[in-house]
Each structure stands twice: as structure tokens, then as C-alpha cells.
Design a protein around this ligand. Structure first.
Ligand code: OGA
Ligand code: MN
Length: 229
């Protein structure tokens, strides 16, 4: 997986202030049911409409017990590693990572659920699951995952902490979309949201959603990807 991290395309960008906030507010059916878009905001309705079909966050996708089972399975491997802070050229700051092919029964059944909701049936998947552990001081800079190694969809479970994932169109860095990735949620990014937008995980000091502070603690993500076709 180091390979994936190394070949991401990084984008250097000035940090910017969020003056204008728009919550997604179309009258689509899901919104009328009142169970979503608590997790999506952005710089304009247009940009929200552009990504709306390609991003999803399922809050409380896993239970506390399931979070615990995943944590127990990845922690022994992670404990042996040190957080890496000093590679200025890396897309990720303050992290350690591992990948895992074989999982215990409970975790395997969680991952089966992830695959079932995130990927089209029969879509070839990257075998190993990527586990990324961000220190409280850690963050992920804007980047696009390698199109050579990763397919159209990425699905990630967030353990231990809430966080903000920001998407910015590659061709217009004035626009942005923020996803509130609550602890134990599953996020899915597809197609243009994967290829035409950079994604990043904000550092604690910048971690606000719709003007509200979202404290960033240590965060572990468990990420499934498909293969390029
Ligand atoms: C990555 C990445 C997001 C996450 O590893 O390329 O963007 O949820 N991770 O950790
Ligand atoms: Mn990425």
C-alpha cells in the first residue's frame, strides 16, 4: 500500500477561509425522509449537486462492538510501528499504515457488508484492505489516489474519531465540499469525486463542519478499493 500512497498526485494549495457555506438542500426523496445531508456542506449548491450522486456517508454503519472488533484486530500490528511525521513530500503527515488480507470472522462479515453496499456486484477488488492510522496531530493533504492502481470507488470506515474529508475540484480550487465522517461511519467516493476532485482529511485545528468544531483525535480508517478496469 506504500505504493499507493507514494503515487498519489498531491496538490499544493493555500489554506482558505470558509466564508460561504451551503448545506445540500434539494428536495430529493432521501432528504425529504430527513435522514441525510447532515454530513454534506460546500461552497455552492452547484458544487454540491455536482458531487451528490458520487459521495455517500452512512452514519453508524458499524456498532461500537464492531468498531472494537476491528480495532482489536489491527492494533497489535500498528502498535509495532511509529507514526511518520518527517517526510515533507508525503501526502500524509503523522501516520502509520498496514494492510490486511485475512480477517477474523466478525471483521470479515463487516467487510462483506461494506463491499455489498459500496461496489457493484462482480467488480474486481483490491485484495488487501488498507488500514491507515492517523495520529491526533496527523492529517492527509489534498491528493488524488493513483488511477493506475485504484479503480472508480473507494469505501472507508472511520474508527475512533470524527473527521472532515474535504473534496476540491482539481480545476477550481475556490470550490469545496466537506463531508462529516463521524466515528463508525462508512464513506463512499465514486467516479468524478475520486478522479476530478482532490480529497484530504483536515488537521485538528482546521476541523470544522458548517462552522462547528469537530475535534480530531487519533483516527483509524479501514479502506476498501476496487481495481482499475
Ligand atoms: C488514502 C486516503 C482516506 C482515509 O489513504 O489515500 O485518502 O479515510 N485515505 O483515511
Ligand atoms: Mn486517498
Amino acid at each position: 500500500m506504500t505504493l499507493l500512497i507514494r503515487v498519489v498526485k498531491q496538490v499544493q494549495r493555500k489554506s482558505f477561509q470558509c466564508h460561504l457555506l451551503y448545506r445540500f438542500s434539494s428536495d430529493n426523496a432521501a432528504l425529504r425522509k430527513g435522514h441525510e445531508c447532515k454530513w454534506l456542506c460546500g461552497s455552492s449548491q452547484e458544487i454540491l449537486s455536482a458531487v451528490r450522486e458520487q459521495v455517500d456517508v452512512r452514519q453508524n454503519f458499524i456498532s461500537e462492538e464492531e468498531e472494537n472488533a476491528l480495532f482489536k484486530e489491527v492494533e497489535p500490528g500498528l502498535r509495532k510501528k511509529r507514526y511518520e511525521f518527517d517526510h515533507w513530500d508525503h501526502a500524509i503527515h503523522g501516520y502509520k499504515e498496514t494492510e490486511r488480507l485475512q480477517w477474523g470472522v466478525e471483521c470479515e462479515s463487516i467487510l462483506r457488508r461494506v463491499r455489498a453496499v459500496a461496489f457493484p456486484e462482480g467488480s474486481p477488488l483490491l485484495g488487501p484492505i488498507h488500514v491507515l492510522d492517523l495520529d491526533k496531530e496527523g492529517y492527509i493533504k489534498p491528493h488524488i489516489d493513483s488511477v493506475k492502481f485504484c479503480g472508480s470507488t473507494i469505501a472507508g470506515l472511520s474508527l475512533l474519531s470524527d473527521s472532515i474529508m474535504r473534496l476540491v475540484p482539481e480545476n477550481n480550487s475556490a470550490d469545496w465540499v466537506d463531508l462529516l465522517l463521524s466515528r463508525r461511519s462508512l464513506y463512499i467516493l465514486r467516479d468524478d469525486a475520486r478522479f476530478k476532485f482532490t480529497h484530504e482529511i483536515l488537521k485538528d485545528e482546521d476541523s470544522f463542519f458548517s462552522g462547528q468544531k469537530v475535534p480530531r483525535h487519533r483516527r483509524i480508517s479501514v479502506i476498501c478499493r476496487n481495481l482499475p478496469v
